[in-house]
Each structure stands twice: as structure tokens, then as C-alpha cells.
Write a protein of this length. Structure first.
Length: 57
């Protein structure tokens, strides 16, 4: 599909989305450790009390 000037719309969309994909991948990389720690903390009570309990005490 092309616009009125004959330019490929799909290629222009993919090219324009490059910065947004980099931001999204960076956000996913940054949130993965936090999600992993949250899953471990929710599953294991001893991990929660030993790691998070020392921050509040």
C-alpha cells in the first residue's frame, strides 16, 4: 500500500517506530529483575522477611 506520493506506508511506519521499540525493549529489560524478585518474594516468605525486613527495621 502506498500514499498519494507513491511511498510505501508500511516501510515508513516500521522505520518511524525504531526509537519506540528501543524504549520498549529498554523498559522490559529494566523491569525483568524487579518482576523476578517480586515473584520470588511472593512465593517464599523467608526471602521476603530476610531481604525486605532489613530495609524497614
Amino acid at each position: 500500500m502506498s500514499d498519494n506520493l507513491g511511498r510505501d506506508v508500511f516501510a515508513r511506519t516500521i522505520f518511524g517506530a525504531r526509537p519506540h521499540r528501543r524504549i520498549a525493549v529498554g523498559g522490559m529489560r529494566g523491569s525483568c529483575p524487579g518482576v523476578l524478585i517480586g515473584i520470588i518474594a511472593g512465593y517464599s516468605r523467608s526471602f521476603t522477611t530476610s531481604s525486605c525486613g532489613s530495609w524497614t527495621a
